[in-house]
Write a new protein. Structure first.
Length: 268
């Protein structure tokens, strides 16, 4: 399996296809399978790169603290290793959207287009719109056993109609051939999402076309967070709200998501 050592850890990655680089960054606890419906679709026209952030998936899970600058630096080092020197199309979801913003701020010359999916500014920015208290409580304490955690995540991350139509989700997550995320790594990733730096102010510095794509019924990142991003981006922002979708919009409404992403990449 492909790994590369970055900033003292082994980072797992997968790449398929050829063409302009299209890079996918997962969110809290997420890993490369999050993007399987996107890489399968876009690998015929783009060089698709997906990877597991430190602390999740098959990547190393060192003790915290973690930080958004560190996540961004991990990606920077990985791109150098893969000889991807041209500006990338960067897609980040949830926590990955914060990483993508941090990356665009630290390495603006490396980004051609930016896609911020089901995300917003970090919880440490005063412009952040929090999830309901019940959802935040479940994020902070999803459960003790793997079964409890999976049940919690399905409940809060997916639209209830989608979860009801796909009862196999539970078995799929419980049987993933990936080491479960240890509590210390989950806590370190979650803490990094409270980055207090002025991300909203930084949006004005993003000079590349940026697609903000969001599920209307997202409980984890309420839709107002997308509107906040668009307000900060001004005329560089492009809006796409996908109906009848929760937080995992790229899986729940994969066809609509891929259509929006593909149209954005071709038209900007």
């Amino acid at each position: 399996m492909p790994f590369h050592r970055v900033n003292g850890i082994e980072l797992y990655f997968e790449q398929e296809g050829s063409g302009e680089p299209l890079v996918f960054v997962p969110g809290l606890g997420g890993a490369t399978p999050l993007w399987s419906l996107q890489t399968a679709h876009f690998k015929t026209t783009y060089r698709c790169l997906a990877f597991d952030n430190r602390g999740a998936g098959r990547s190393d899970k060192p003790p915290g603290p973690y930080a958004m600058d560190l996540f961004a630096s991990d990606l920077h080092e990985l791109l150098d290793h893969l000889s991807i020197h041209e500006p990338i199309n960067l897609v980040g979801a949830s926590m990955g959207g914060i990483i993508a913003q941090a990356f665009a701020h630290a390495y603006p010359h490396r980004v051609k287009r930016l896609v911020l999916a089901c995300t917003g500014v970090p919880a440490g920015d005063p412009h952040y719109t929090p999830a309901p208290a019940t959802i935040l409580a479940k994020l902070r304490n999803p459960g003790q056993t793997m079964e409890e955690k999976v049940d919690t995540f399905i409940q809060i991350f997916y639209h209830p109609d989608f979860a009801a139509r796909h009862p196999e989700l539970r078995t799929l997550y419980l049987n993933l051939d990936i080491e479960p995320q240890p509590p210390h790594a989950y806590a370190a990733q979650l803490a990094a999402c409270f980055d207090p730096r002025p991300y909203y102010d930084w949006l004005a510095d993003i000079q590349v076309p940026t697609l903000v794509i969001h599920g209307r019924e997202d409980q984890v990142w309420p839709l107002q967070n997308a509107e906040t991003l668009l307000a900060g981006l001004g005329d560089r922002g492009h809006r796409c709200v996908i109906e009848h979708s929760g937080h995992i919009v790229m899986q729940e409404q994969a066809e609509a998501f891929n259509q929006a992403l593909g149209g954005f990449l071709k038209s900007t």
